[in-house]
Design a protein around this ligand. Structure first.
Ligand code: FES
Length: 82
């Protein structure tokens, strides 16, 4: 099971973490990948100083823009599950 964590701390919330969580959930449904990815919202990942929303995939940290969720999903999530 691939572990995906999206930060919903104050800074990331203001940068659109809600949209990132929604976007990933929708993509997981579209690709029937719910049983392969464990998606959870977590609090501050201590990377607030950068733009975007903090997200980790199996312990590797990234910052993403909410409008780039699909791109990120394909590159960093789908590619690891398929
Ligand atoms: S609030 Fe997300 S890294 Fe701090």
């Amino acid at each position: 099971m691939l572990e995906v964590r999206v930060c919903i701390g104050t800074s990331c919330h203001l940068n659109g973490s809600y949209n990132v969580v929604q976007g990933i959930q929708q993509l997981l449904e579209e690709h029937a990948m719910h049983d392969k990815v464990d998606l959870e919202a977590i609090f501050c990942m201590k990377q607030c100083e950068c733009n975007g929303v903090s997200i980790s995939v199996d312990g590797e940290n990234f910052r993403i823009e909410p409008e780039k969720v699909s791109e990120f999903f394909e590159e960093k999530i789908m590619s690891k599950v398929l």
